[in-house]
Design a protein around this ligand. Sequence first.
Ligand SMILES: NC(=O)c1ccc[n+]([C@@H]2O[C@H](COP(=O)([O-])OP(=O)(O)OC[C@H]3O[C@@H](n4cnc5c(N)ncnc54)[C@H](O)[C@@H]3O)[C@@H](O)[C@H]2O)c1
Length: 398
Amino acid sequence: MIDLKVVMMGLGYIGLPTAALIASRGISVLGIDVNQSVVDTINKGRIHIVEPDLDGLVKHVVERGFLKASTAVEVADVYLIAVPTPFKGNHEPDLKYVESATRMIIPNLKEGNLFIIESTSPVGTTDKMAKIIFEERPALKEKINIAYCPERVLPGKVIYELENNDRVIGGLDEKSTIAAQDFYRHFVKGELHATNARTAEMCKLVENSSRDVSIAFANELSMICDKAGINVWELINLANKHPRVNILQPGTGVGGHCIAVDPWFIVSDFKKEAVLIKNAREINSYKTNWVIEKIKSTALQFELDNKRKPTIALMGLAFKPDIDDLRESPALLVADTLLDDGEFKLHLVEPNLKESTKYNLVAYKNINADIVVYLVDHKQFKAFTTNAIELDFCGVKK
Ligand SMILES: NC(=O)c1ccc[n+]([C@@H]2O[C@H](COP(=O)([O-])OP(=O)(O)OC[C@H]3O[C@@H](n4cnc5c(N)ncnc54)[C@H](O)[C@@H]3O)[C@@H](O)[C@H]2O)c1
């Protein structure tokens, strides 16, 4: 048992596993969420998201009293923020959740506290929140430690990666960086790389932009290859035999909370400079529209050949393989667009989603469609066979 009290703001895909991991080290953690049902679920030792191994860990730490959830912040030693950082309609970052979490913490702050933002944030956010804190509590200036430490876990492997990935830690001053490193050492086995807050903020944005640019290259190739009559999966496999080439896999587009969002945080602040980053974002978005057009033209051809409209099965709605997360999902955009069109009878298949209030889901084994469209490379689809026309946009059949 370690004599430390930690408050985690936001109990979602990042905050809950992090809170549970910290609690598993015998540290008392109070998880805060504005959503009462999230709080109630966790206090029963259950979870509201799909993440392997998380249910057992949460049950364990809640039963032992190391993790509690609440809607009200309490006095603690360390405050962590893992609330959403979406963008607004114009792709400008929306910091309202980080700011509201910061304001909820402020009345509880005391000398010696450590305040850490983990939410993916535009450069300068940590400094902005520090200004808000010191406007309200000027006496705390230089008396608390403030740092930024981004998260880089892979959904589906969160518990392992939280513990084992290296972390980049940037304090607003050196003593804050050291205090944050000391804290993360309690539960992170990976290396803790020290820097300043602005570099740590940019580091997270650059990591995801780098992935976005690389995927855009693969997506652009997939559209070129379609026109050229070349199998893009075979092409990439062959090109990657070169010892210094590593092309990623194309797909329906790029989704999720991170890669499809974070590059905009650079573009919005560096409009003139971030040309490649912006183009990549646009190519990856365009790829989804291209997929929609391909499905429609295949359906039209079917209608011409068979004198009736086809039934189309859309295989996968999540933003990436083997998870239930629908956020910014290109596959979901395909489904929504075709549903809105109302032109075709659709079977929506998402084996990782137990139920959906919005979508009428069909078990993939029960589908009886004329056109089967693979949108997400879920493992269940690999062995699936059909006599229907198949469109594979995610390489599940490669
Ligand atoms: N999901 C990922 O894989 C991932 C990876 C790296 C970084 N991130 C970043 O981590 C941050 C959190 O992402 P997430 O996926 O965990 O989001 P999430 O939507 O799953 O969870 C966020 C939670 O915060 C709660 N919340 C909102 N405002 C609050 C407030 N003022 N106080 C307390 N709780 C509040 C919400 O109710 C929600 O339960 C984001 O900045 C995201 O970009 C996410």
